[in-house]
Ligand binder design. Sequence first.
Ligand code: ADP
Ligand code: MG
Length: 384
Amino acid sequence: MLARPAWPRQCCYFPSPSRFTGKFFPLSAFPGFRVQKLLAIESSCDETSAAVVASDRSVLSNVVASQFELHEQFGGVVPEIASRAHVRRILPVIEQSLKEAGCALSDLSAIAVTSEPGLVGSLLVGMTAAKTLAMTLDIPLVTVNHIDAHIYACGMGQPQSIFPCVGFVVSGGHTNLYDCRSATDFTMIAGTTDDAAGEAFDKVARILNLTYPGGPSIAKAAESGDPAAYDLPRPMMRSDRPHFSFSGLKTAVLYAARGVPGPNQLSDTPADRVPNLAASFQQAVVDVLVFKARHALKKLGHKRLCVGGGVAANTVLRAHLADMCHRHGYQLHVAPPQLCTDNAAMAAIAWEYLEQGKTADLSADVLPGLVRPGQPRKKSPTGN
Ligand code: ADP
Ligand code: MG
């Protein structure tokens, strides 16, 4: 095992004062305090991203190179294509991120990288770049769980901590609810038994002949549709189990669009059905997500709901969540739209690990798989 990179001599690390006082003070209020910078790298799926984030959590740059044009023709992410694109893009993206932040490599105090979950080939590209930088600059390496980072994004730019809260990640690969006791103490309480919500948006978009990624194109088509036009199922709404399932809803859309399997089933969806189907599907997903979020709030007794992930960019979902929270007295924090889909800035959660001395060594590995509800959470080699 290679040695852990030591703290750089030129910059000693100061924990955030708010951790000790429970109150917010600007770090600049402390004489001698020097705001430090870390470079964060994200490559878990189909976005290559690098960000420079300061220890006061301000985002100095956040460069995202999306690959959607490479995967569009397949209607979903092709892992082999994604890994190769990350290899081509990672260095230009890092360079651009440093340039936009006005930051040299020598100004960095740490390197953060997404190590889990995601596509193994994609994660390895970011991890290799991060280890190389940490080793050559002789600064700490911090590994970040991408799902935790999606929740952390909800608090970025907020003056006060968002924890404790119910954390809700609604993305292309995940529909997960968490009991978040602090920024570094998350327990998963619900997940999807089949398709994630974003995955269902992407698959239904294919049925409706809409473009990839499906979320934004369904949202657009739904604007001129009637959400009550089709009576679609709300999967697991009446179940006592906290989990999600969207595969049956997707099949229900297929049958509503083209008819049930048999000689009379259409080979394509008639264009005039698309707006109403898009609106009805979107409403069914939103109803389930809002219902389950409220269920989790009641069960866990938290007063705050924090929602991140690509589907959290959906304006109808945001409006219904806001309405539910307003009616029942909960605080709602939804990640800003630019931090909903994959980005490296949300790896700012790495500062929380650094404050607890949780750094990785150069044997750190990627963990592509998801932890399922009820399973103990696998510890990454850093213990993060
Ligand atoms: P992952 O990390 O799992 O790759 P992201 O957090 O990047 O996922 O989110 C991508 C997903 O978000 C895609 O499935 C996309 O369809 C969905 N999405 C993006 N914008 C919207 C929107 N406005 N409404 C619904 N879904 C959306
Ligand atoms: Mg994501």
